[in-house]
Design a protein around this ligand. Structure first.
Ligand SMILES: *Cc1c(COP(=O)(O)O)cnc(C)c1O
Length: 478
């Protein structure tokens, strides 16, 4: 295939769009320019391949395909069957999973599918049993009442939000926190690491139905073998949400005790973070949960997105190639180089470093809130996101942390030397930014000052750092 094919494909697509609504074509073009010019350190983002992106832009989008491969509620799904079966096969092979369900539209949806599967599998509910064998019409009002009472208020134990857990692991702003009686385990205040003895203690006291492992902002490996032992000791189902680090599992950086797939009963993930696929989700599980997981649509999901499943098949095929393991290792090498560069210049890092794809900087050391730091970095062409740190005094809105990750820049081809330069740029911005004050003289958690000339200079240096590593090098829209 000529590199030219990619240019032609995207150029032609934009031409077709431009003829209908030129402002959309312009916005798509502008997005490429912006992504090319900014130093993207958002830990949950990446750049999918042109093949993955193109697999989404077609008539698969027009198809309804509720049900599963070979068992659809709509006619004419033979080609959807092909791509869904392929995506599931690649997922099973890549992760060594017994079963893969590739329909979830996002990570949150994958978690909802998993929660439902575990509830349906584990909760003793005669009314639910009746309903599952499709005697729905035989159910009385009392049966339905019992079903709701029996399934509601089950217990979930997950990692606390401010230690790096995710909203969907039973926290109030998400439906999981309203469905489940939740308790959380945190990290050791002195080391910032998960204290497995404390997790075991919490499990013994609370007796959760589901023990959840996985995180969005914890910069270390998690020992899933130990978590499984804890789950077994209290009869909990062990679920791991690997949304952030699926790419490191796929690339065999996380193996043995650190690979969730052999240890968990059920694993959920996104496909667009370190895994570098299309925006979407996925559930992997042991055989006994497969039937319940496959009820995801229409139980909790809308109709599957065949175009996205096609793109999942493409991206998972890419992740099975040997160069993906090399990519995954470089993600971690880069995160460690970035952490070392920051530490050497005096930054304070949660846990003092990283062994995955992300680094959590405690910016209180610079006299800033996460919000001030995030904006000052953005002014300087460095895209990050603010994030709570454990026991954060500034709450979830202003925060005291900045989370940075290397999957995207590693895709562009940046290496450890550039990570050290990135650390230098970030450190300069953070030391040169000063916290502002409110009108009444009290310290502001949002206002800050940073010399615009310095911000411009850093932004130019960031662009220079990126110049040798063009994003989508074969795509020329001019
Ligand atoms: C990103 C993330 C999700 C949510 O993924 P969406 O695709 O945005 O719904 C769920 N769980 C964890 C741990 C995540 O990091």
């Amino acid at each position: 295939m000529s590199r030219n094919a990619e240019s032609t494909a995207f150029r032609s697509a934009l031409e077709v769009i431009r003829a209908v609504e030129p402002r959309v074509a312009d916005a798509i073009g502008a997005e490429l320019t912006d992504q090319r010019e900014s130093l993207k350190l958002i830990a949950s983002e990446n750049y999918a391949s042109p093949a993955t992106l193109l697999a989404m832009g077609n008539w698969f989008s027009d198809k309804y395909a509720e049900g599963t491969v070979g068992r659809r509620f709509y006619a004419g799904c033979q080609n959807v069957d092909t791509v869904e079966a392929l995506a599931a096969e690649h997922a099973r092979e890549l992760f060594g999973a017994a079963h893969a369900y590739v329909q979830p539209h996002s990570g949150i949806d994958a978690n909802l599918v998993a929660f439902w599967a575990v509830l349906a599998d584990r909760v003793e509910s005669p009314a639910l049993k009746k309903a599952q064998v499709r005697q729905v019409n035989d159910l009385t009002e009392a049966d339905w009442f019992a079903l709701r009472r029996e399934l509601g208020n089950q217990r979930m134990l997950g990692m606390s939000l401010d230690a790096g857990g995710h909203l969907t692991h039973g926290f109030r702003p998400n439906i999981s926190g309203k469905m489940f009686d939740q308790r959380s385990y945190g990290t050791d205040p002195s080391t910032g690491l998960i204290d497995y003895d404390r997790v075991a203690e919490a499990a013994r006291e609370f007796k959760p139905l589901i023990l959840v492992g996985g995180y969005s902002a914890y910069p270390r490996k998690v020992n899933f073998r130990i978590l499984r032992e804890i789950a077994d000791s209290v009869g909990a189902t062990f679920m791991v949400d690997m949304a952030h680090f699926a790419g490191l599992v796929a690339g065999k950086v996380f193996t043995g005790d650190f690979d969730p797939v052999p240890h968990a009963h059920i694993v959920t993930t996104t496909t667009h973070k370190s895994l570098r696929g299309p925006r979407g989700g996925m559930v992997l599980c042991q055989p006994e949960l497969a039937d319940q997981v496959d009820r995801g649509c229409p139980m909790v999901l809308g109709g599957p997105l065949p175009h996205v499943m096609a793109a999942k098949a493409v991206a998972l095929a890419e992740a099975r190639r040997p160069d993906f393991a090399d990519y995954a290792q470089r993600i971690v090498d880069n995160a460690q180089a970035l952490a070392e560069g920051l530490l050497r210049r005096g930054a304070k890092l949660v846990t003092g470093g990283t062994d995955n794809h992300l680094v959590l900087i405690d910016v209180s050391g610079y006299g800033l809130t996460g919000r001030q730091a995030e904006q000052a970095l953005l002014d300087s062409g460095i895209v990050t996101n603010r994030n709570s740190v454990p026991q954060d005094p500034n709450g979830a809105w202003y925060t005291s942390g900045i989370r940075v990750g290397t999957p995207a820049l590693t895709t562009r081809g940046l290496g450890t030397a550039e990570m050290d330069q990135t650390a230098e740029l970030m450190h300069t911005v953070l030391t040169q930014t000063t916290a502002g004050a409110n009108a009444d003289g009290t310290p502001s958690k949002a206002k800050y000052t940073l010399d615009p000339a310095l911000a411009d200079k850093i932004a130019r240096q960031a662009t220079d750092l990126l110049a040798p590593h063009p994003l989508y090098p074969a795509v020329d829209l001019t």
